[in-house]
Design a protein around this ligand. Sequence first.
Ligand code: BTX
Length: 325
Amino acid sequence: MKETLLHMLKANENEYVSGQDISNVLNCSRTAIWKHVSDLRAAGYEIEAVQKKGYRLLRSPDAVTSEEIMLRLETERLGRKIHYYPSLKSTQEMAHHEAAKADEEGMLVVADEQTGGRGRLGRSWHSPSGTGIWMSLILKPRIPLQKAPQLTLLTAVAVVRAIEKKTGLAADIKWPNDILLNGKKIVGILTELQAEADQIHSVIIGMGMNINQKLEHFQEDIRSIATSLHIESGKEFVRADLIAAVMLEIEELYDIYLKDGFGLIKLLWESRALSLGRRITARSLNGTVKGLAKGITDDGVLLLEDDEGRVHSIYSADIEISTNE
Ligand code: BTX
């Protein structure tokens, strides 16, 4: 209901929408309308109410609420069910909880702020309120366990394409899950699984996107490695617009992936990858390997040729790209 009201106000921006029209569409009383208007005001919308004229929307906040995303969403399946939280420890943690209960895929968990955002290997992800996009998408593909990393690469391509469409900025992908702008991290992707034996039950794709942060929003320890769309362009972006664009890109690529496999996604990924053909250092729990990044396999595994000509399959690691070679 609140969503329909917002839709009506936005469709008639700068004009009054009469209480009678609203109550006809929503099929509710004037008191109920007033309650919805109060809720929207509490969420940051400036709505003018004038007797005999009706309601007029003056300003919308840069919110990542379900209503703001839904207004912009063009997907068929993904993101059609949204759980929004003003503040949450981690959308990833909440999505795990939801994924275990749901049979359908496509649910999106979004938070305006995360107090315990997670990166890989127990690292933390800085997620201040009102600035970035912190969200987790639940997918339920029928694919074998070892193919799950392909979805991280698919997501990286989708996010890069969405950023380019909405901002004109061309970001690069650093295997496996970082998206960089001018060499600094703008997006982190965390893919986690719920599986039984060899069967995937759910894939939970966490995305942390730095959008409107200024440099001082970042903690000192990451200022030299992190950036935001605002820092790189000087502009401010509507976060819900970017969320809708990311959902659309993921859905398009995911449909291709389910129908035709990883082939096209792999090509798209390779065309955006920073590390291929470069000398890199891969650090993982199993040790450090240095060498030439030869490519990725059809499962999304990185192939690294060391100085003795041996090719290593790297499943998970932090990559450092040599700058002088
Ligand atoms: P990662 O382990 O590759 O990166 C984590 C590292 O990135 C940190 O150790 C820190 O150095 C740096 N870092 C932390 N916060 C930021 C930031 N805001 N911008 C740039 N660099 C940063 C990458 O992990 C995967 C991150 C996924 C985050 C999403 S947010 C929604 C979902 N919920 C959740 O708890 N995690 C995911």
